[in-house]
Design a protein around this ligand. Structure first.
Ligand code: FES
Length: 113
């Protein structure tokens, strides 16, 4: 189990929960939104609409990460990523990611809003 800490950037409120190792972040998001505990406007839940934008911080923040080609393509179409952006990028809290494409492999701080 890993600890997830969601921080709402609009009002700096936060929410903590746990998630199974290797589960997808969108699964936790769906549950929390359904329970009325989190506001994040996800739609498709399948990684194609680009609605579930988050920013992440974790122990390995600052290292390089390889975006999946599907996530990169969705980000280009729907989330303002430049068309010539590389797949290998620096993983910082400034990098917009899609919760549908994030597998939980460590404690995460997730910035929303
Ligand atoms: S909800 Fe559509 S990409 Fe995540």
């Amino acid at each position: 189990m890993y600890k997830l800490t969601f921080i709402n950037l609009q009002d700096t409120s936060y929410l903590e929960c746990t998630a199974q190792a290797e589960s997808m972040l969108i699964s936790a998001v769906r549950t929390l939104v359904s329970d009325g505990k989190l506001q994040l406007a996800w739609r498709c839940g399948q990684g194609t609409c680009g609605a579930c934008k988050v920013r992440l911080e974790h122990a390995a923040s600052g290292s390089m990460t390889l975006l999946g080609s599907k996530e990169r393509n969705v980000m280009i179409r729907h989330a303002g990523l430049a068309a010539n952006s590389p797949l290998l990028v620096t993983d910082t809290p400034d990098l917009v990611r899609l919760a549908c494409h994030i597998q939980i492999n460590s404690d995460l701080t997730i910035y929303v809003g």
